[in-house]
Write a protein that binds this ligand. Sequence first.
Ligand code: SF4
Ligand code: SF4
Length: 417
Amino acid sequence: MKKRPQSAANPGETPACAKCGACSAVCPVYRVTGREYHTGRGKLHLLEKLDPATASAAYAEILSRCLLCGACSAVCSRKIPVAAQLAAARAELNRSAGERALMRHLVGDLLARPRLLEILAPLARRFNSAPIPADSGLNLRLGLPPQPPARPEKPGEPAMASSTTTPYLFAGCYGTYLDPAIGQAVQSLLGKVGLEPPQRATGWGCCGLAAHSAGRLNEARRLARRNIAAHPGPAPIVVSCASCAAHLSHYPQLLADDEQWRPKAEEFAGRIKEFSLFLQENSADRPLSPASGQGPEAGPRLKILYHDPCHLRFMLPITKPPRELLAALPQIELVELPQGPRCCGHGGLFNLAHPADAEAILAELAAECRQSGAEIVTNTCSGCLLHWQKAAARQLVPARVLHLAILLDRLTSSRRS
Ligand code: SF4
Ligand code: SF4
């Protein structure tokens, strides 16, 4: 029996799988493929039996067929970090077989799928006004060829903070290059609850989640060191993207073997504040109030579906603050998916690697969204937003798709006192 790769997220002994099958019931991939080897249990079995050094293309294909959503670990009585083990196995495969072995399955045949490019084209056109840096995970997530960084960096050089107490805003690549209105909305909302405008770090970069998911551990660690150095403490770091928030909080595990950077990563992770939680905590004394004409008298209430990003639901976990922020507004009726929250099927790179599976997962959610009567779908994850926007563009859901910050900002008024 081969030694299982050790989890980058949970170094040390990992309990053995009991093969109980509890994870099968919640795996979104298994739900649409029906194949046992796509479940958490099936993939763990594969990791036990196969050696990445001699593994076949089928091994790489199965490793790629995971959303890294964390639903399996949430129900696992042994708390096996399946997603972290699979990410570690992807890194091991990259080391032994070269990146092409896995990348072929993650983004390799994008050009053969004109429908996908058709959807990505409007996003790609926006690159002209805000060029995406070469090492941004958006390049991977949009299926663009990964590129080396433009110039070597010295990650150990700390940046200078303009203020040691003003919160930083980390809007991530999506909120900076594809939809800057998100950062503006966060700033506006913080002002509405009486906080000063956040500062933006210089020298920040992609959080590294896409690199980590693709098994490019050295690149993910380089990006982590760069972000830590770019945010000198002790100011909190407000993160408007759910996936970035989860991954930035994961830096101590990512840098666990780095004696110099591990303590800095722990201090940095302790300052990460997911946007909805930060806003809720800071609006306790000065709650957001409805915009004029949007009070209880404004007619039928707006039906809003808040879709839980897996990274918030399972990894931080944060599920209540976004709903409570919305429910506090009188003109809102929160609706839920009839079968309850679950992954939308985007999975960062998964939707590029396995578009048919990703679309089957999305189609199920879209059908439930229609049943719920939602007029707006809201969320804070860049991947989920891209996927739901795809559903809206294809008229699978008759709803608008908005980042939670933009929605809350539109529904609330500016304070006069
Ligand atoms: S729930 Fe945990 S112990 Fe049970 S089969 Fe899945 S991974 Fe193994
Ligand atoms: S992380 Fe998600 S997609 Fe991957 S095996 Fe677990 S439940 Fe399935």
